[in-house]
Design a protein around this ligand. Structure first.
Ligand code: AG3
Length: 273
């Protein structure tokens, strides 16, 4: 007998993986958490039935979420990650030798625990002395923090349920307050093909707050349409120019990719105008 898991990406489109074994399943206070061993992608984390990260393809997403903002910054020392309880973005941020502290604010402690236990390749740096892990609501945290960060990464789930507020004006304003003058905000903003309207809305909202807002793209094989967007905002620097080298190895990101990822297809450019 074969066991398959399908994420319904739309009413009429799905991505299926053949499952070797179920590793972990729990209904937390916030969501349904599932980790399976898949034949194609290795260990795979699914939240509320949607692919979050897999051992085999996580590098596309985590490298692109992290290295564009950190490499465009002249000297990132303090990084804040909202969401991202699997630890993939934390691991990437620590590849920048200037980084002194990474604060991870994840609402669901169960995602952190399960990732530490069952996704060691991704979560490996969560216990690093430079990393501070806080299990709390990122929206509330940013409202009251008095700390300043050089790069803030929003590693959220889709804009449904607990993540809705992470795509709104009020939240972006608190991000702005917590961002140092030379800082960057980077948010994952879904599929350019399926969620063009969301990307346009996020860009308009961020443009009310930040002088520079840009979109960049990358493939992520296990996300809807395999094609993904990130939105980056800054107060000072142009995010499309890499300014520094990364110390650690990368598999997708390099400086050519950095520059090229800001070249947008006509349908998206038109929508953003
Ligand atoms: N966060 C973005 C996941 C969005 C995927 N959406 C979907 N499969 N429908 C990923 C978290 C990884 N650290």
């Amino acid at each position: 007998m074969e066991l398959w898991f399908t994420e319904k990406q739309t009413e009429n489109l799905g991505l299926s993986i053949k499952v070797k074994e179920t590793i972990y399943r729990e209904r937390s206070e916030y969501q349904d958490i599932l980790i399976v061993e898949s034949l194609q992608f290795g260990r795979t984390l699914l939240l509320d039935g949607t692919f979050q990260t897999t051992e085999k393809d996580e590098f596309f997403y985590h490298e692109m979420l992290t290295h564009v903002g950190l490499s465009a910054h002249p000297e990132p020392r303090k990084v804040l990650i909202i969401g991202g309880g699997d630890g993939g973005a934390v691991r990437e941020a620590l590849k920048h030798s200037s980084v002194e502290q990474v604060v991870l604010v994840e609402i669901d402690g169960k995602v952190i625990e399960a990732s530490k236990r069952y996704l060691p390749l991704i979560s490996s740096c969560l216990d690093d002395p430079k990393v501070k892990v806080l299990v709390t609501d990122g929206i509330k945290y940013l409202k009251k923090t008095t700390e300043g960060f050089d790069v803030i990464l929003i590693d959220s789930t889709d804009p449904v349920g607990p993540a809705v507020g992470l795509f709104e004006h009020e939240f972006y304003s608190s991000v702005n307050k917590a961002l140092n003058p030379e800082g960057f905000l980077v948010a994952q903003t879904e599929s350019p093909f399926l969620h063009t309207d969301l990307i346009v809305r996020v860009n308009r909202t961020l443009s009310e707050i930040f002088p520079t807002v840009k979109v960049y793209l990358a493939p992520v094989p296990t996300y809807p349409t395999g094609y993904w967007s990130f939105t980056i905002a800054s107060k000072t620097h142009d995010p499309s120019i890499p300014r520094r080298q990364i110390e650690g190895p990368t598999r997708y990101y390099n400086q050519d990719i950095h520059r090229a990822s800001f070249s947008l297809p006509s349908f998206l450019k038109d929508a953003l105008e």
